[in-house]
Design a protein around this ligand. Sequence first.
Ligand SMILES: C[S@@+](CC[C@H](N)C(=O)[O-])C[C@H]1O[C@@H](n2cnc3c(N)ncnc32)[C@H](O)[C@@H]1O
Length: 197
Amino acid sequence: MTVAGIGPGNPKYLTLEVKEAIEKAQCVLAFGRVSSSLKSIRTDFIEVSRVDEIVGYAHQYEDLLLLASGDPNFYGIVEFLKRKEVAIDGVLPGISSFQYMMSRLEKSWQGAQFLSLHGREESLDTIGDHGLIILLTDKDNRPSLISKKLGQLGKKGRMYVGFNLSYEDEKIIKANIGEEIEDVSNLSVVVIENEMD
Ligand SMILES: C[S@@+](CC[C@H](N)C(=O)[O-])C[C@H]1O[C@@H](n2cnc3c(N)ncnc32)[C@H](O)[C@@H]1O
């Protein structure tokens, strides 16, 4: 199986290599959001809704392309497949959602601390020593709650939230840590500029 990153979602951000791989592959697996945004390239995606399902297909087909959001090696599917001992023939890189977000904000990201709350329980206490934190969220770990929790921890600084990045309904908002944030979607990246003493 080959794993390919599709970037933040809008087909404009596919690499040429990934676009060609999608066109040529015998069978393409994709999650719902990923497949619906790429209908202009191909329509016969096999939609999956749970990561476990991928393992079953990997045993069924030899020439399989699996599409992952952003870059597959950034809090992505590659780690999971390796744990399940699924043979990977190659990984095609994609633009990560956070790279897209930082370009929109026109901010450098070297030296940032990365954290994913996507389907994970992670503590926000650890961000004390970092000036720049980039966070992946999910429907439970929402920007509004992150702002509230950081405020309760006594953190100060700026927060930037990018919802539905690269899609037509993309929305980027700025707030101070602790302020109320409207969660306009379950898909978001949070960037924190932490004021340290
Ligand atoms: C399982 S992680 C995969 C991250 C992916 N490998 C990457 O490089 O962006 C999914 C999380 O990435 C973020 N994400 C992916 N695409 C996004 C988009 N278009 N807009 C906002 N956040 C996005 C969200 O935090 C989402 O919950």
